[in-house]
Ligand binder design. Sequence first.
Ligand code: RP5
Length: 163
Amino acid sequence: MKVALIMGSKSDYEVVLPAIELFRQFEVEVEVRVLSAHRTTFEALEYTQKAAEEGISVIIAAAGKAAHLPGVLASVTELPVIGLPIQTSLMGGMDSLFSIVQMPKGIPVLTVAVNGAENAALGALRIMALQDPALREKYRHYVARMKADVLKQDEAVRQLTQQ
Ligand code: RP5
């Protein structure tokens, strides 16, 4: 099982990095590509049409501005596509968010928050964990660590504010 992480431009790379790191942490193979809906349309479609037979289970598509990439990819595959809107300088990413989230019915794109790379990765991991008990176990450990962390934060804040 592999995940594809596709971004519309190399300029998106810094934002998607936390997702790549999460996949490494979970030891899940990730194929990272720059494929643009507008600038390399044919390559993007060709890659996505072959993705399932190449062993890809989930596609994360990150894009900014007129962010058509996730929707266009979702139209040529039956794989789940997670849309990751990228923050933009002019409109703060609302342009990307609306471009991705407002899909016409029939072509679903599961959309996360602007710059929500971690949740995009965790969503993909949850989908893959449905078929993979070992991955499900790793996910449970991840959640348990997160919980322990927040409990520690709670304790620290209580210490700081106790009269
Ligand atoms: C989108 O346009 C990309 O996903 C990127 O977020 C945005 C700007 O791309 P560049 O002009 O920086 O290449 O296609």
